[in-house]
Design a binder for this molecule. Structure first.
Ligand code: PLP
Length: 451
């Protein structure tokens, strides 16, 4: 098909897109990638500073991973995991995850996306509490600005207005509490500790109001990604954990972005010092070379569901592609590369370098706050950082900076007026310098228009 027709005819309902803008501008078509770079179909080169959608941890065009996928396709291509069937790549991958995860013992359920992983979390909570004879313990608490996916259940966990608007979400049984957004929401003179205590008191009141016996779980991303790269304030997670323990509420750890080295440790819960009850993983599990998600639950939870499947028939939840053997083979290869090449330690080291360089933007007239850790960061744009006045309408400043980034050959993403930065973990020092240089030029360019 000619280039002209690719741009002129776009028979796709574009996911998470502004249809009106798509009608006006059409798609930007990406053609190839290598390392941390991508090229569009006109040959323009971009430094890819968002790792796709927070996922391409090992960068683009990795021949070793391609070979692994090709071999798995040649050997079999597909086998399922329903009704007693399984395959070696799936079992080996579950074993590997069991060793890596910061849980005492675990069982793994495989899916294909972060959304279905969190959907599975909701269904497992329902199934488990019904199985142990506590059918009232079903509600799940999430946070405003959380992003846990877009299916009906995971979209209900999500706390971002556009993911609810016109979809009649959230469904009943999903509650939202404060996000730990210190920069935006702290009151005058409030310390991080006071802020944390205040929002956790609000949570405590919510739990008491609803009744602890009606609440199954609380779900949290270690760093809230799509909501605006929001880092937990000092002491937030240990105090949250203690509060949930008091009321016998599970903590579901959504590691879909933070998992596999993004924060400089294998998992975000290690960086922020908390013990999860269950975990969701996807994205960097395969470095996005194949779709795959994993939910880890404790062995005790699994054991408690065994009798229920004897009594009620099969556990009626699973996808055709649960544990797709090509995806599992790719994940095993990706985890091997993480270990062999010390990718997480490298991400921690280069992450410090990235954060240190980004801190220079703290003084930029467009920037209210620079926040981040490891290989993930956000620049929160503000009209005036002292008075914390933000741009109106929200998102216009962010969109201008991103447009300038595109001109300068840099791919980042604006979440409203937060510029997200999340490069492949394998980015080099020189490439970080290039990213920061292009970002600086883009901020300066946008400043002309905005101040
Ligand atoms: N959870 C988190 C923390 C995410 O960031 C995302 C996607 O960005 C999801 C879940 C949903 O994953 P997916 O888009 O693969 O369904």
């Amino acid at each position: 098909m000619s280039q002209k027709s690719l741009h002129n005819h776009y028979p796709i309902v574009p996911p998470t897109s502004n249809f009106k803008l798509m009608e006006e501008n059409g798609p930007q078509i990406m053609a190839r990638g290598k390392g941390v770079y991508q090229w569009d179909d006109k040959g323009k080169q971009y430094l890819e500073g968002m790792a796709g959608l927070w996922c391409t941890s090992l960068g683009y065009g990795n021949g070793e991973i391609a070979e692994t996928a090709a071999e798995a396709m040649r050997t079999m291509g597909f086998a399922h995991m329903f009704s007693g069937k399984s395959h070696e790549a799936g079992i080996r991958l579950a074993e590997k995850l069991e060793q890596m995860l910061p849980m005492d013992d675990s069982r793994i359920f495989f899916g294909v996306s972060g959304s279905d992983a969190n959907d599975t979390q909701v269904k497992l909570m329902r199934y488990y509490f019904n199985a142990i004879g506590r059918p009232d313990k079903k509600k799940i608490i999430s946070r405003h600005l959380a992003y846990h996916g877009v299916t009906l259940a995971s979209g209900s966990l999500t706390g971002i207005p556009v993911n609810h608007a016109l979809f009649d979400l959230p469904l009943d049984g999903f509650l939202h509490t404060d996000s730990p957004f210190y920069f935006r929401d702290a009151m005058d003179e409030e310390t991080e500790e006071d802020f944390t205590n205040r929002i956790l008191e609000n949570l405590d009141e919510l739990i008491q109001r609803e009744g602890p016996d009606t609440i199954a779980a609380f779900i949290a991303e270690p760093i809230m990604g799509a909501g605006g790269v929001i880092l937990p304030p000092e002491g937030y997670f240990p105090k949250l954990r203690a509060l949930l323990d008091k009321y016998d509420i599970f903590l579901i750890d959504d590691e879909v972005i933070c998992g596999f080295g993004r924060t400089g440790n294998a998992f975000g819960c290690e960086t922020f010092d908390f013990r999860p009850d269950t975990m969701s993983m996807a994205k960097a599990l395969t470095s996005a070379y194949m779709p795959l998600s994993a939910v880890a639950i404790p062995e005790s939870m699994y054991q408690a569901m065994i009798d229920a499947t004897a009594e009620h028939g099969v556990f009626g939840h699973g996808f055709t592609y649960s544990g797709h053997p090509v995806s599992c083979a790719v994940a095993l290869k990706v985890l091997e590369i993480y270990e062999r090449d010390n990718v997480f330690a490298y991400a921690a080291k280069m992450g410090s370098y990235l954060q240190q360089k980004l801190q220079h933007f703290s003084d930029h007239p467009l920037v209210g706050e620079v926040r981040g850790t490891g290989m993930i960061a956000g620049l929160h744009l503000a009209k005036d950082k002292e008075t914390k006045s933000f741009f109106d309408p929200a998102g216009t400043a962010g969109a201008k900076v991103i447009a300038a980034c595109v001109d300068n050959g840099l791919i980042l993403r604006n979440l409203g007026d937060v510029i997200a930065i999340c490069p492949p973990l394998v980015i080099s020092e020189a490439e970080i310098d290039e990213l920061v240089d292009k970002l600086g030029k883009s901020l300066d360019g946008a400043l002309e228009d905005l101040k």
